[in-house]
Design a protein around this ligand. Structure first.
Ligand SMILES: [Zn+2]
Length: 121
């Protein structure tokens, strides 16, 4: 598994673009990430938001990529896919297939837009 994470990190870092190419679409993209980087982040997360029980439970912190709620693994009380995929514990959200744990090797801050804009509305 470590090989996979290392490969993922390298792949992800290969998607980074120079600051000069940063998107100016600040309303939908508050961190100024390029569309290429956003796409890479989304694809990287796709491998970790499903069938992620072991990874979530091995994490110190998790984030919901739908509502940006941050929580410890112990907050996850509901699972789907026969208990294999975490469901967001935020009562206003409840999405499945959106929970990302830091044991994925991904930087949760990259997925946290809540400090910059409220996209839940
Ligand atoms: Zn959520």
């Amino acid at each position: 598994m470590k090989m996979v994470f290392r490969w993922l990190k390298e792949w992800l870092s290969g998607c980074a673009v120079p600051v000069s190419e940063i998107s100016t679409k600040l309303s939908m993209n508050p961190k100024g990430f390029s569309e290429e980087l956003l796409r890479c982040l989304g694809e990287a997360a796709d491998d970790h938001v499903w069938d992620n029980r072991d990874e979530v439970m091995a994490s110190r912190e998790c984030i919901c990529t739908a509502c940006y709620f941050r929580f410890p693994p112990s907050a996850v009380l509901r699972w789907q896919d026969d208990g294999r995929s975490a469901i967001c514990p935020n009562p206003d959200c409840g999405f499945g297939g959106s929970v990302l744990g830091d044991a994925s090797g991904l930087n949760l801050d990259d997925y946290d837009y809540s400090m910059f804009a409220d996209r839940r509305n």
